[in-house]
Design a protein around this ligand. Structure first.
Ligand SMILES: *[C@@H]1O[C@H](CO)[C@@H](O)[C@H](O)[C@H]1NC(C)=O
Ligand SMILES: *[C@@H]1O[C@H](CO)[C@@H](O)[C@H](O)[C@H]1NC(C)=O
Ligand SMILES: *[C@@H]1O[C@H](CO)[C@@H](O)[C@H](O)[C@H]1NC(C)=O
Length: 355
């Protein structure tokens, strides 16, 4: 007996019982998001927090973004900052998936961020719902100075000996380099947003005018499109690498190769998309997510991936960070409002362009 008259087991129980009670209370508090908004860095998150709004901050030390999660319990919408790059995206999404505070099995994922756009595809301030994600990072590489003279590029598929090497990649090999998003979900998101009028700023018009001689799509006003994304961890730019991006995308996405049933068209370039999809796929295998069936990828063009004709590649490129974040929020939030519980209050759609 100890001096205070309590036996050892009694002391242990006295300490243990409140812990059990706390654990039981936490179980009741498991949050069940309907939508998880995935962003890579704080500017992409800001409008979701301020205007959906997502007022509750939940600490998230296990993520690489070093930012709190943003949550709205009545809308059941959660938003995260993964940190830039593929590794930060996959580790942050995985950390969220195994976080005991959340049950993500009902969630639709919306990756919403900025990207570089191919002027052959679209224009700055425009957005695209992605149909397929192609990995552009895992490859063999020979420096241009070391490669055979008749090659157009030093980037080679890992299982081939020359660029775009034949025979065409088998479906099994493609599965490692291509993520297919679900046509019904992507087409639905596009159908309810395609007529939205996107902000068309004077700065966009000033830049896109220069592209008219080469690229009709770049010279149009911003719009809501669908396309294929190439994910790399390199901020590349310039006409040669853009040509590679088009070729690499169509190489991995041959006509008739998948449910989307058309040859790949490189639309936009970004970092986190393939890795995010990979992590969501793995969460699906472990029963923690609905998987790619429930993934939407929306990219808004902040810049072109190549300069206009006659403009040098080394020169600084126009970069419209805030306007692209605005376009991603305007289009993405329209879809999120349709995914949240019926009867949830609708946030004001007031357009407040902060540029
Ligand atoms: C959740 O969203 C609703 C509707 O926009 C809003 O009225 C409410 O203040 C938000 N709550 C939090 C905690 O963000
Ligand atoms: C990835 O996350 C780490 C940890 O937060 C950070 O230091 C790093 O800068 C991030 N990488 C990029 C490319 O932002
Ligand atoms: C892309 O393909 C076209 C057509 O085959 C070719 O002319 C061009 O050099 C290729 N570009 C690169 C960088 O591989």
């Amino acid at each position: 007996m100890s001096a205070c008259g309590m036996s050892k087991p009694a002391v242990a129980m006295a300490v243990f019982l409140p812990m059990l009670a706390a654990a039981a209370a936490n179980e009741h508090q498991v949050l069940v998001p309907r939508v998880v908004v995935v962003t890579a860095f704080p500017p992409e998150l800001a409008r979701w927090k301020a205007r959906l709004p997502l007022d509750d901050e939940l600490p998230f030390p296990g993520g690489a973004g070093l930012q709190s999660l943003a949550w709205n319990g009545s809308l059941q919408v959660l938003a995260m900052v993964t940190g830039m790059s593929s590794k930060n995206a996959s580790l942050s999404v995985t950390a969220l998936g195994y976080d005991p505070r959340f049950d993500l099995t009902a969630a639709t994922w919306l990756l919403a961020g900025i990207a570089g756009v191919d002027p052959m595809f679209g224009t700055v301030g425009g957005v695209a719902w992605m149909q397929r994600l192609v990995d552009g990072t895992v490859a063999k590489y020979l420096n241009e100075k070391d490669m055979p003279q008749d090659w157009e590029t030093g980037w080679i598929p890992t299982n081939r000996d020359r660029p775009y090497g034949l025979p065409p990649q088998s479906p099994g090999a493609r599965a490692g380099s291509v993520k297919l998003l679900a046509p019904s979900l992507v087409q639905w998101a596009h159908s309810i947003t395609q007529f939205l009028k996107l902000p068309d700023l004077e700065e966009f018009q000033r830049v896109r005018r220069h592209y008219a001689p080469c690229c009709a799509a770049a010279a149009q006003a911003p719009s809501v499109e669908m396309g294929d994304l190439l994910a790399t961890d390199v901020f590349w730019t310039g006409p040669t690498q853009a040509s590679w991006a088009r070729n690499w995308t169509s190489y991995w996405l041959p006509a008739g190769g998948d449910v989307w049933d058309r040859k790949g068209v490189f639309a936009m370039s970004a970092m986190e998309d393939f890795a995010t999809a990979e992590a969501i796929d793995a969460l699906h295998r472990s029963g923690r997510s609905r998987g790619l069936e429930a993934l939407l990828v929306l990219r808004a063009a902040s810049n072109f991936v190549q300069p206009w004709p006659g403009h040098s590649t080394g020169a600084s490129m126009d970069f419209f960070l805030e306007p692209a974040c605005e376009a991603a929020f305007l289009v993405g939030s329209e879809v999120v409002q349709k995914l949240v519980p019926a009867g949830a209050p609708r946030s004001s759609q007031a357009i407040d362009i902060d540029v």
